[in-house]
Design a protein around this ligand. Sequence first.
Ligand code: SIN
Ligand code: FE2
Length: 198
Amino acid sequence: MIERRGFVIHQEFLDRAAQESLVEDLRGVLAQAPLVRPITPRGRPMSVRMSAAGTYGWITDHKGYRYSETHPDGQPWPPIPDAVRAIWDAVSGSDREPECCLINWYGEGARMGLHQDRDEADFGQPVVSVSLGDEGLFRMGNVERGGKTESVWLKSGDVVVMGGEARLRHHGVDRIRFGSSTLLPDGGRINLTLRVVT
Ligand code: SIN
Ligand code: FE2
């Protein structure tokens, strides 16, 4: 376990068998709630594809960023798989249950700009992130915009807890090393973020 600016990084938290089993669970979720390419409120398509499980999913379109109880296709989100809840229980230190498991899929060239996670009601609750597949360069900044940042490569099976002083820090993914992992047969990176929304 290492800590950078309050981000607690559990390296190799999941072994290969656990990662493979999680990917199977996620295939089931995505069969019910297909990945979509979200559009920012300003009309720009994001480079990641997204879906979710749980009571809420996080979505964005021309109306803005928000949590929604339904997929853009109108269906409720599938339940959060038990193995994903178990990760939350093991690392979050929270007595609440996650209400959203956001699924971000990074294909070749996909990235996520520096941002804060701030659409949730209670910033006392952490966000827990699970990385699967190709390595991603995770950048950690400050609560305020700008200033110095530092980065770490997140590998398949790594779990990050963004709580306490890290909860409102800017963070993002500059790039992935496409094809660096054999977990996903067609390459790419999956990141799950677990959040308490209400
Ligand atoms: C996010 O902050 O939403 C994603 C972080 C990651 O992909 O590691
Ligand atoms: Fe985030």
